[in-house]
Design a protein around this ligand. Sequence first.
Ligand SMILES: [Zn+2]
Length: 407
Amino acid sequence: MGRDLFRPPDPLPVSEWAARFFHIDKTSPSPGLYDPTTTPWINAILDEYPDPNLTQIVLRASAQSSKTQPAIICLAWAIANDPGPAMWVTAAGDEVRTFAKTRLRDSFAHTPPVSALLDQLGRSDDNLTEINFRTMPLILNGANSPTKLQSKPERYLFLDKVRDWPEGALEMVEKRTTFWLGLHKVLIFSTPKTKGDAFDIRYEDGDQREYHVPCPTCGTRGPLLWQHLKWDTDDVTRPGGVYHFRRLFETIRYEFPCCKTTIQDDQIKRVRLAREGTWVPTNLKASPGKRSYTWNALLAPRIPWSLLIEEFLKSKQSYKEGVLKPLQDFMNQRLAQVWDEGQLVNWSKPKHAYELKGARPNDVAAYRFLTVDVQIDHFFYVVRDWFVDGSSRLIAYVPLPSMINAL
Ligand SMILES: [Zn+2]
């Protein structure tokens, strides 16, 4: 045991260590030995994890685009190479037990440097809230069990789905590292939710790295952004106002803003883009110990762009019908963007509204309606007064610098 504890960390970069030893569990679309070419954007995240100066790492990413996998690999690496008490916390207790059973145990059992350290109790399927290694314990908790979050000092924290945690839980669990201060590492990974929530604050605190990919023609680098994904809306793709998705999908292309080069949703081209990308920090004022990364579903070659566009158009339709949630989910889960309620509230204070000096400026209207319309790339609203005789007066017409526009 003493030998295991004081063994120096494996000098291999973590991504290479993973390619040699780490087994991806059976629930993944690509199970088996870790292949660093499949999700190349996570390699740098893995390789920087052991940096002793790094104490807080935040991954703000879209759903199903490999944001949990780097956390599992970092945990396995720490168990095998630089052990210390660790806790994995996700939103709910029953969820973390399922996760341990279906993902962690499979990966650990087939990753030789980790399975060699599992003690007998750790191999048992009975206990899914603690996995014991000869060198360290791993505790698994739900953020909905506050008493468990306050238990023991931890060197490593892996904090999953933080967007769905109860208020105050993140602050509570972060205090577990006080004993290990300076040697501790907190990895927080989630899709985002609301501007200003605990997860958003942690992301903003970091250096906010974006994954920049090169334009295939001129080499200009930048992140893949929603506003550059194009499709045709015309009589062919939307006959009679109803989307004909098969035809619309044929028009999908990503347009690089530098020189207007376009690429279609081609797996080989998208994989090449992802492999040629690099992380670029955008917040140079961050503390050197705090790093944050963000990427959206456009980057993950496994997620078809057509799926994203169909989801977006349907969520926009729901929004028009007064149902907000699908659009919010799309922003959070696919574009990895926070939902900014403030932009909705501010609609009551238009900056550029104009008044119509109508023929009846002094009449008292019977009703005043505010109508919001969501266009392809912007919002606008109209305020109109209606009089008892059926006539109306335009009060305000305001195009908005919208969230949609900023995507
Ligand atoms: Zn270009």
